[in-house]
Design a binder for this molecule. Sequence first.
Ligand code: CP
Ligand code: NVA
Length: 311
Amino acid sequence: MTRHFLVDTDLSPEEQAEVLDLALQLKRNPYLRQPFAGEGAARKTVAVIFDKTSTRTRVSFATGIAEMGGSPLVINAGESQLGHKESIADTTNVLERMVSSIVWRTFAQSGLEEMAANSRVPVINALSDDYHPCQLLADLLTVKEHKGELAGLTLAYFGDGANNLANSYLLAGVTAGMHVRIAAPAGFQPADSVLQAAKIRAEETDASILVTDDVQLAAAGADVLATDTWVSMGQEDEKSSREQIFQPYSLDAAVLAQAAPDAIVLHCLPAYRGYEIAAEVIDGPQSVVWDEAENRLHAQKALMAWLMDRS
Ligand code: CP
Ligand code: NVA
């Protein structure tokens, strides 16, 4: 059966560790795996579809597919019939006959689920309203490089606790055996369905979950601090109210001072300095955000190679 990657828990703890190990190998040896190369000059195509804007995801998938012997076909919103003139199922039935994988950044998670249900080639979530699982593979790879073992580390996330990054930090973090703390105001904490899935996974891995509105409690002694924009793509109309609500959750120097002395700071980017993160934190010595951005490439190559091995 074809494997897809729509949500962080689509990989078991063992499988997540395999993908991260392969990512480390590919970082050292970029051309080690060639799942999209064919005989002679033949190259397989991978469709990379964007219903929302992107810099890192676009460049890292296009580069990674090319480095693994394939041709990336990047399709931007409004350039195809998908979503307005043609159903997801009909588009998928066409794509799967021509391409080796489909990477899709979209709004509704249900759209990705519908595509995967109709596809014999792997479908990869390149960000939806609910999850950003590829980002979390890169984040975990970055933590592994800087800290070694993931299991047992404490990761604290601050800000919008109900967005795609918060959900993925929870699910991917506990899959790796980490203690995940989410500091977010009431009304912006993770949905019960996400918490339930995270709790089930945490029991398998001896991980733990703390959801709180107390920034100090979340930050105390943490090994990894993370945040994300307060205004995700599609929420632009709520910008001013969100900036007020989340202001006490800004990842600034005072918050960083509560963490472990050797804590590292993650941000998936794009970042809004002075809002969810202070300039002195993201541009300071404990920030690893450029490693994190580069690791999108290595982690996604590993994911694509791993999925192609199983399809
Ligand atoms: N972090 C991330 O997904 O960046 P882009 O939106 O630029 O792809
Ligand atoms: N939560 C952000 C992540 C951007 C990479 C958004 O969805 O816009």
